[in-house]
Design a protein around this ligand. Structure first.
Ligand SMILES: *Cc1c(COP(=O)(O)O)cnc(C)c1O
Ligand SMILES: [Zn+2]
Length: 420
């Protein structure tokens, strides 16, 4: 091996298994299958142990042998190791024995799980010599590319649908990135980006850098297993846009059990979507292996991908693990956001409302048994999607600064709630 490749072996086609060099490329020339990073697991098994991981800093890079960078990571070195919260009050409300919330609403630095995939994609882009980075985004990815590129001194072009939430737009502009609003749906943004990526020598994190980018999502699954005390959860509920995160959490469970880092116990992975954009869950519920593309119409804009790149593989993972797909209406999304906030003090964005709403449905349907244990993946922060809940979460009770007015107000409240 002339060049240092870390623990990576090659890029490998998911369909035919042909191998390619570890460059900025993402599709197989023979069958257009997606390329995936292949690792030298024999070597990894010799060096990666629980003790070694536990001795490292609390970031996603404590699992670095299983992440696709050749040398030391240079971008997003502080990302990850978000809290896994034991959610007893939410468990009681949903009627399940044990519930955990993996809280990437507080991921560093841009408050979504996208910081994981971006730190990997940009670290690898720097290794491959790129100076300009780019992405096609439903919002959170744009925020994370803009912020992490700024911190790394890289040029950034981020492409978003023009009608995104103000919080997502401002959170991209503030870092000085070139933010391009496209008059169209995400799928049109993505198509344009594929054309641009073919013409300019830029690292598009989720186009030509996608094999590396996608691997970053595994870190959420590695952390879940470690934080549960080195075990695989029985049930994991994951919201889906392209479906990539769901497939990579599955891969993280496979890798840790294959390497002997956790015991091999059975697991089920369930996929969550919004009713207004449910190509994957619709196919799952109909028992189909392929999805039908849709035109999205939902408040869960971060999940609004009508032609999900990894939809086929997400369906496969649900089928193989015995998981289910389910979707929720916009009102159920808001209800999910409020339920999580009121029971656990965690304010999630619309995607989190989807995850909570779907978990509630699956438990009520008996697809997640009441005497089991489940992990809900909360992937983004509610402060970025205030538009979705404004006007749906009550209002302040306004008075003049007078004790008399305050006591008049209190007289309307339940006496048992007013302790003296
Ligand atoms: C991007 C995103 C997802 C899903 O990502 P995929 O890997 O494309 O399925 C989930 N939640 C939030 C908040 C996101 O921004
Ligand atoms: Zn192939």
């Amino acid at each position: 091996m002339s060049q240092n490749q870390g623990f990576m072996k090659a890029l490998k086609c998911r369909e035919c298994g042909r191998e390619y060099p570890l460059a900025a490329t993402h599709v197989c020339e023979f069958d257009f299958g997606p390329l995936e990073v292949a690792y030298d697991y024999d070597r990894i098994k010799k060096v990666l142990t629980r003790d070694k991981i536990e001795a490292r800093p609390h970031t996603m890079w404590r699992y670095r042998e299983l992440l696709p960078v050749a040398g030391e990571p240079t971008v997003g070195r502080q990302v990850g190791y978000t809290p896994l919260v034991k959610a007893d009050r939410l468990a009681a409300r949903l009627g399940i024995r044990e519930l955990w919330v993996k809280n990437d609403a507080v991921n560093y630095p841009t408050l979504s799980f996208k910081d994981r995939v971006v730190s990997v994609a940009l670290s690898r882009s720097v290794e491959l010599g790129f100076k300009t980075v780019a992405c096609a985004s439903t919002g959170n990815l744009a925020n994370s590319v803009a912020a992490n590129a700024a911190a790394a001194g890289l040029n950034a072009y981020v492409f978003i649908p023009q009608d995104l939430e103000l919080g997502k737009v401002i959170n991209s502009l503030i870092y000085g990135a070139n933010v391009i609003g496209i008059k169209g749906h995400y799928d049109e943004v993505n198509r344009l980006c594929a054309e641009i990526a073919g013409k300019y020598q830029w690292a598009f994190v989720n186009v030509n850098m996608r094999p590396y980018y996608a691997e970053g999502s595994k870190s959420m699954g590695f952390e879940i297993q470690e934080q549960l005390g080195w075990r695989i959860p029985e049930h994991t509920v994951v919201c889906m846009a392209s479906g990539s995160l769901l497939t990579k959490i599955h891969k993280s469970y496979q890798e840790f059990s294959k390497l002997g880092i956790v015991g091999e116990t059975p697991w089920k992975i369930h996929g969550a979507q919004a009713g207004g954009c449910n190509p994957i869950t619709q196919a799952q519920k109909a028992g189909l292996d392929f999805f039908k593309p849709q035109k999205p119409n939902t408040i869960a804009k971060s999940l609004a991908i009508g032609t999900p790149a990894d939809g086929f593989y997400a369906l496969k993972v649900m089928k193989e693990t015995g998981g289910h797909g389910e979707d929720v209406t916009d009102d159920e999304i808001r209800e999910g956001i409020r339920l999580l906030a009121e029971t656990e003090g965690i304010f999630a964005e619309t995607a989190g409302g989807v995850t909570v709403g779907v978990a509630k449905k699956l438990i009520a349907q008996g697809k997640i048994a009441r005497d089991s244990s489940a992990v809900l993946c909360i992937t983004g922060n509610g402060l970025k999607t205030l538009d979705a809940v404004a006007g749906h979460c009550g209002a302040t009770r306004d008075i003049r600064p007078s004790l008399r007015e305050f006591e008049a107000l209190l007289s309307h409240d339940k006496p048992e709630l007013i302790s003296t």
